[in-house]
Design a protein around this ligand. Structure first.
Ligand SMILES: [Zn+2]
Length: 71
């Protein structure tokens, strides 16, 4: 039994939309959470943690306007 790529991407749910659809918008509409690459990203300048994300920050300018997670 094989699974099409789209089915895997959508966590086994039926793939309803064309490839041009922004998959993150689709996830948001159905209440699904995209899986970030890292469980917690940090800034290497100040050391603050910002929670799940795809990449960390190398300087404080890159996270201007974001709030660090309080833990
Ligand atoms: Zn910083």
């Amino acid at each position: 039994m094989t699974h099409p790529t789209g089915s895997t991407l959508l966590q086994g749910r039926p793939y309803r939309n064309s490839a041009s659809t922004d998959v993150r918008e689709t996830w948001k509409r159905f209440g699904w959470q995209p899986r970030p690459r890292f469980a917690c990203v940090t800034c290497s300048q100040c050391g603050w943690a910002f929670g799940p994300g795809d990449s960390g920050f190398s300087s404080c300018r890159e996270h201007a306007g974001l709030r660090p997670v309080e833990d």
